[in-house]
Write a protein that binds this ligand. Structure first.
Ligand code: PFF
Length: 446
């Protein structure tokens, strides 16, 4: 069990890497349609409350464990548990996280492949002068074509695994340094454009005037699950990144910056998407197709519409690329910890994810009506249950481990926030994050 020797090259590189993990489909695809389906402003409000009270403190807990252990998630958990005189069974939490990221990556890669299709279609000018019927037919036609979807899923997985195989310090760091700033720039441009449309005012109203009567147990559960999903917390994926965190960097400050950037990206994407939704009189509760069915119609009406649309999907693709690299890292690090070479570990994970991803691909055609549980087909199952229950359960256990098991001195050093900062973080995790997550999970069960 050797300590890992890899480190991010700088503090900025670490923040960019974690932001890259956090910002992805969750912000640009999932946030708008979840907000649309869960009552608009009320969902946004709950999501922000959960990011502050659960997501952010548990994110610090997760990265802290990785930084203190400096190994793969399972090994870090085992080493710290031993140090604390606690059971080494905590290592299974690493495996639970690996199962979670496996499920998520298997559908994440498929949906990211949709952006490849749209990017190419936009560049080719496919959507020029098309109305809702034609764009809807394009989306449906694409979903019904398993071969095309498999091709894109394969391409995306190859992109991801090439970077993962190169190792984080070489592969990801270079990618992030170039792409994250570009991504923010593109989003700001999109939001500025949105401000010139008729839908801008109603979109702001929809997002920022919460209707509290829209809040139900389901909405609360969805908002909590989304807070974990969007921050990439609860699956030990950030624990794997924490292992490469440089010394002498305040963890709360880094995590705080990431959370702010993550919420900002979601808000910018939400403003851009809902402006066009309201300008066109589209139903906000359209569902997972919201972004894919509506945006081409709107962009098509703009000058240089294909260019804007292409930029949008390029942006989405960059964001999902860096997130999926994070999803793969704990699995690869775990296999490496078992003695496998990095290239072999990456290949093994890639092939397994590819195969399971095919089930998601087929869920839009041959397997559409094959319901696994509770009337959900494979894609519906794998894109909801791991994000909405596994992540909060994993986050809860990570929080308990960090705040109650890890020895004080070790946690204090790895958090790097001084004694007062440490006490504040520990208090919030112990008395707010843990009880609140448990309460929401329990209410969901009942
Ligand atoms: N945070 C990513 C997104 O918003 O798209 C998704 C994600 C990455 C979830 C890593 C979980 C994870 F461990």
């Amino acid at each position: 069990m050797n300590e890992t020797l890899e480190r991010w090259g700088s503090r900025r590189a670490f923040i960019l890497a974690v932001t890259g993990a956090a910002v992805g489909l969750g912000n640009i695809w999932r946030f708008p349609y979840m907000t649309g389906e869960n009552g608009g402003g009320a969902f946004l409000l709950l999501y922000i409350v959960f990011v502050l009270l659960l997501g952010l403190p548990v994110m610090m807990a997760e990265i802290m464990i990785g930084r203190a252990g400096r190994r793969s998630p399972s090994q870090s958990l085992a080493v710290l548990a031993r140090q604390a005189g606690s059971s080494e069974h905590w290592r299974w939490l690493g495996l639970f996280g690996a199962v979670t990221v496996f499920c998520i990556l298997s559908f994440y890669s498929v949906v990211s492949g949709w952006s490849i299709e749209y990017l190419i279609a936009a560049i080719n000018g496919n959507f020029v002068d098309q109305g809702p019927g034609e764009v809807g037919a394009f989306f449906d036609g694409f979903l019904a074509d398993p071969l095309r979807m498999t091709f894109n899923h394969t391409l995306f997985l190859l992109m991801t695994m090439t970077v993962v195989a190169a190792g984080v310090s070489k592969g990801l760091e270079r990618l992030n340094n170039l792409m994250m700033p570009l991504l923010y720039l593109l989003l700001v441009v999109l939001a500025i454009y949105a401000a010139t449309t008729d839908g801008f005012a109603p979109a702001l109203n929809w997002l920022f005037t919460p209707d509290l009567s829209a809040i139900s147990v389901g909405v609360v559960l969805n908002a909590m699950g989304h807070a974990f999903f969007t921050l990439a917390v609860g699956a030990c994926a950030l624990m794997a990144y924490g292992a490469y965190m440089p010394d002498h960097q305040s963890l709360p400050r880094a995590a705080g910056a990431v959370a702010v950037l993550d919420v900002l990206v979601a808000l910018l994407a939400g403003i851009a998407i809902f402006s066009v939704v309201f300008a066109q009189g589209i139903d906000p509760a359209e569902g997972p197709g919201l972004m894919f069915v509506t945006l081409p119609i709107v962009f098509a009406e703009l000058p240089w519409g294909s260019l804007w649309l292409g930029l949008f999907f390029l942006l989405l693709l960059l964001a999902t690329w860096t997130s999926s690299i994070n999803l793969a890292e704990p699995m690869v690090a775990g296999l490496q910890g078992l003695g496998l070479r990095r290239s072999r570990a990456t290949a093994l994970i890639a092939v397994s994810i590819w195969l399971v991803g095919i089930l998601s691909v087929l869920s839009f055609s041959h397997l559409e009506a094959v319901h696994i549980v509770a009337g959900m087909n494979f894609f519906e199952l794998v894109s909801s249950v791991p994000s909405e229950t596994f992540l909060p359960i994993g986050g809860l256990l990570i929080a308990v481990f960090a705040a109650w098991v890890v020895p004080r001195e070790t946690a204090l050093r790895a958090l790097d926030a001084g004694p007062t900062g440490f006490r504040l973080w520990q208090g919030v995790v112990r008395w707010v994050s843990i009880p609140l997550t448990a309460l929401v999970l329990l209410s969901g069960l009942i």
